[in-house]
Unconditional design. Structure first.
Length: 250
């Protein structure tokens, strides 16, 4: 896959496997560490610094943000010179699942999702458990982990041909067994991610002109579960905004 001319990507490292599979040149990608979504203010600061750096390249005309709203982590983010494009989602899971699995076809209640990127580059309850074991005894560490996961019933591994290897399945199964959860595999896809990177107006996305900040108001078309609503309705949405140039693709 080829990026449109003048496009750069600013992404959470959780998307590293998918971007590699799509053959996106590494020099076109700026990664931030996974886990910043747990600290929205820090995420916003790091995104701003990375965006300022990308703007210094005169050949860059648009930056694709591979981030959801991330608990207000994108709130107020804007560019001085380039366009911003981002998925209309609250977190990364809908992009990894792709629109082939809308909410009415898959119940996400009680599912803790893992992907190749989350396992290889991110923090999970399993990695947190091992860190906690360094401070407490294993029994206490396990209790803390299970309390964190008490609203979940299954570990759901998002699978995609060519991405998921044996160590990913072993990791997800080990996590499920340790915490007393069921194991499930859910088919993912790269369709929504591809359309976002190639500027296809087929999936829910947000496009902001220079000077227009990201706002929670922009995510009104995303469901409370973090998945953009009415995936396959290929219409152009316009809502009132302080930035009339703002476009909403669905």
């Amino acid at each position: 896959m080829r990026l449109p001319p003048g496009t750069a990507v600013l992404a959470c490292k959780v998307f590293a496997p998918e971007l590699k599979m799509l053959n996106i040149p590494s020099e076109k990608i700026s990664f931030l560490e996974q886990g910043l979504h747990n600290h929205p203010l820090k995420l916003r600061k790091e995104l701003g610094l990375a965006l300022n750096s990308l703007e210094k390249d005169p050949s860059t005309e648009e930056v694709v943000l591979l981030y959801g709203y991330c608990g207000s982590g994108l709130e107020g983010l804007s560019s001085k010179r380039v366009r911003l494009r981002a998925p209309l989602v609250h977190d990364c899971i809908p992009l990894l699942l792709d629109s082939s699995l809308p909410p009415d076809k898959l119940s996400t209640s009680g599912l803790f999702f893992l992907s190749a990127g989350w396992i290889d580059h991110g923090k999970t309850p399993l990695t947190e458990y091992y860190q906690t074991c360094k401070r407490y005894d294993p029994e206490t560490a396990l209790w803390i982990a299970k309390e964190t996961l008490k609203s979940y019933t299954k570990v759901a591994l998002i699978t995609e041909p060519g991405l998921i290897q044996d160590h990913h399945r072993n990791y997800a199964r080990r996590m499920a067994k340790l915490f007393g959860l069921e194991y499930q595999e859910v088919k993912g896809g790269l369709g929504w991610l591809t359309s976002l990177l190639t500027r296809q107006k087929k999936r829910g996305s947000l496009s902001l002109e220079p000077g227009c900040p990201v706002s929670l108001e922009h995510y009104a078309q995303a469901s409370s579960s973090g998945t953009a609503s009415r995936f396959d309705q290929a219409v152009q949405l316009q809502i009132e905004s302080d930035c009339p140039e703002t476009a909403f693709d669905q």
